[in-house]
Design a protein. Structure first.
Ligand SMILES: N[C@@H](CCC(=O)N[C@@H](CS)C(=O)NCC(=O)O)C(=O)O
Length: 213
């Protein structure tokens, strides 16, 4: 998400990206930069900022480039709501759904997005024009759109015209395109290993339950 943000703000030359291998994190990262040892984080003016959503807001207010929040108070309020929702509900619920009833539970989350996209009709993005909200959702929607057909034979855009249009419009933004996952197969494998064993256990559980009944 931070990567999408830097690129879309045109800050490639102002911010130096340092990739961190999560499987083999260098000691200096935890010791000298970010004690939680998570990514992303950013050092700026001798301060370290973490948490993707805080970073999006920080970069938007502290660097040059177009503001990614409109002035309209109604839109700002909706932005706050949607950004908080991505973190507290949308992302965790979709991940949780992979171990339960993905099509229904994740489906409800994509329906929420479809409805949110209907609110402002002065553009294809969440607040009409492109904003911080799109940045908050983009990396997750991208991954779910790739994984759900593979894992659950489920296309997140079927019957959701606004979401389909949002994805189409996002894909036209060069800064965003450069941040997208290129190795779909690896990503799907990673998701399958992480989520599908849980699914198998649950199915076994159900069988066991049926047997006992
Ligand atoms: N809420 C944090 C989550 C950060 C996070 O969990 N990052 C993952 C990678 S996407 C990570 O560093 N995982 C390694 C770990 O949890 O030790 C954010 O949005 O920045």
């Amino acid at each position: 998400m931070a990567f999408v943000n830097f690129n879309l703000e045109g800050l490639q030359d102002k911010i130096k990206l340092v990739p961190i291998d999560l499987k083999n994190r260098p000691d200096w990262y935890k010791e000298k930069v970010y004690p939680t040892n998570k990514v992303p984080s950013m050092e700026h003016n001798n301060k370290v900022i973490g948490e993707s959503l805080d970073l999006v807001k920080y970069v938007d207010s502290n660097f040059e480039g177009p503001s990614l929040l409109p002035d309209d108070p109604e839109k700002r309020k909706f932005a706050e709501e949607l950004i908080a929702y991505s973190d507290t509900t949308f992302v965790p619920e979709v991940y949780r759904s992979f171990a339960k009833d993905a099509r229904t539970l994740a489906g409800a989350q994509f329906d929420y997005l479809e409805k949110a996209l209907l609110k402002f009709d002065d553009g294809p993005f969440f607040l009409g024009q492109f904003s911080q909200v799109d940045i908050a959702y983009a990396p997750f929607i991208e991954r779910f759109q790739v994984f759900m057909p593979e894992g659950f034979d489920y296309d997140i855009t079927t019957g959701r015209h606004k979401l389909a249009k949002w994805i189409e419009e996002m894909n036209k933004l060069d800064g965003y395109k450069q941040t997208k996952v290129l190795e779909h197969e690896k990503m799907v494998e990673y998701y399958k290993n992480r989520f599908l064993p849980v699914l198998t256990l649950q199915i076994l559980d159900t069988f066991l339950f049926l047997f006992l009944v």
